[in-house]
Design a protein around this ligand. Structure first.
Ligand SMILES: Cc1ncc(COP(=O)(O)O)c(C=O)c1O
Length: 369
């Protein structure tokens, strides 16, 4: 009998409903004390001075780069194996994304390749903690310090992840998070900037709110990218559950790895011993000697009802948008190879033990084919 196993599923219950009800009854639905409370609690959780809530992760990236005045003539080194928002935020400033290759073991940006990509124009390194595992922030910090560059974290997939005992979001000069529905914690759509830099936090606050320093007193050109109290109310409840959700993800990942590492041609995720991986995605590498190519394995699992995904099938510089901008096709070979081999399997906290067993059995069946 086929079970249906989705690749992702937000987990909410009466607590989120109750929090939403309270906000609705309060009559303050847009920005208000609920958002400020969420910001304070999120900053405390991450271990930074300031957190600024915005509409989504994309706007958090946009406003953060604007706050640092990254613009035309500037280059920002980043990874090509990410959701397109990371690199597009750089383009949207009129700056140039410069792609460094990834470490094939962790799928995160490779510090040696970052060092090679730095020029006179480089202003920042924008690191992505891909799939929920922080990048090598020790080496990246050294490079950033040596070259006097900003070190920015795209922690959209890494709520609660750690590197050498410190949380993602507190590992560089500033960071962004996304609370999209499939993330480790959600507000439906939502985003946050975290930093210890008061001036940057203040600028993001201005930019998200029409450059409004006081009521109807506008000092900058800004947007309306404020988070609503409804989003914040959900976020506050989800934040309290985050460590529990992450433990469930890590437990599911352990079970998957224990079983899948026995299969020839399938490489389970590598955990950097200095990092706490929170498994936003559980990503295996389907090697060339696995009985089925990656996309055939996907089809097979799909026919069994097991949802999978590919994060990401095309490295950013090979996207049509970037090809039109003249990026070469043949840079970053490790990212190109990863995009051909990676497969994300269900690892989310809503998985039942029966579903998890079924995922493993279905992959074992594919391995025998
Ligand atoms: C690495 C990364 N950066 C940025 C974003 C953008 O976040 P959002 O979808 O909230 O705009 C996402 C998520 O979707 C992401 O995974």
């Amino acid at each position: 009998m086929n079970l249906k196993v989705p690749i992702a599923k937000p987990l909410t219950d009466e607590e989120e409903l109750e929090a939403l009800k309270k906000v609705l009854e309060s009559g303050i639905l847009a920005h208000g004390p609920e958002v400020e409370a969420f910001e304070k609690e999120f900053a405390e959780y991450v271990g930074v001075e300031h957190a600024v809530a915005v509409m989504n992760g994309t706007s958090a990236l946009d406003l953060l780069l604007k706050a640092y005045k990254i613009g035309p003539g500037d280059e920002v080194v980043t990874t090509p194996l990410t959701f397109i928002a990371t690199a597009n935020a750089i383009l949207l400033q009129g700056a140039k994304p410069v792609f460094a290759d990834i470490d094939p073991r962790t799928f995160n940006i490779d510090p040696a390749s970052v060092a090679d990509a730095i020029t006179q124009r480089t202003k920042a390194i924008l690191v992505v903690h891909l799939y929920g595992q922080p990048a090598d922030m020790r080496a990246l910090k050294e490079i950033a310090q040596d070259h006097k560059l900003l070190l920015l974290e795209d922690a959209a997939q890494a709520h609660g992840a750690e590197f050498e005992g410190r949380k993602a979001g507190a590992l560089g000069d500033a960071a962004i998070f996304s609370f999209y529905a499939t993330k480790n914690m959600t507000t439906g759509e939502g985003g946050m900037v975290t930093t210890n830099d008061r001036l940057v936090a203040e600028r993001v606050k201005l930019l998200r709110d029409h450059g409004q320093a006081e009521k109807y007193f506008h000092v900058e050109l800004g947007y309306n990218l404020r988070m609503t109290s409804l989003q914040a109310a959900i976020g506050r409840v989800q934040l309290r559950k985050l460590d529990y959700f992450n433990e469930l993800r890590r437990r599911n990942a352990r079970t998957l790895t224990e079983n899948l590492s026995k299969l020839h041609g399938l490489t389970p995720p590598y955990e950097d011993p200095r990092a706490k991986h929170v498994y936003h995605q559980y990503v295996v590498r389907v090697e060339d000697d696995f009985p089925l190519p990656r996309d055939r394995l996907r089809e097979f699992l799909g026919s069994k009802g097991v949802g999978t995904a590919v994060h990401y099938p095309i490295p950013v510089f090979q996207q049509p948008l970037y090809q039109k901008l003249g990026y070469p096709q043949d840079i970053c070979p490790n990212a190109v190879e990863a995009s051909r081999k990676v497969l994300s399997l269900p690892v989310h906290p809503a998985l039942t033990p029966e579903q998890l067993r079924y995922v493993i059995q279905s992959i074992e069946e594919a391995a025998r084919s």
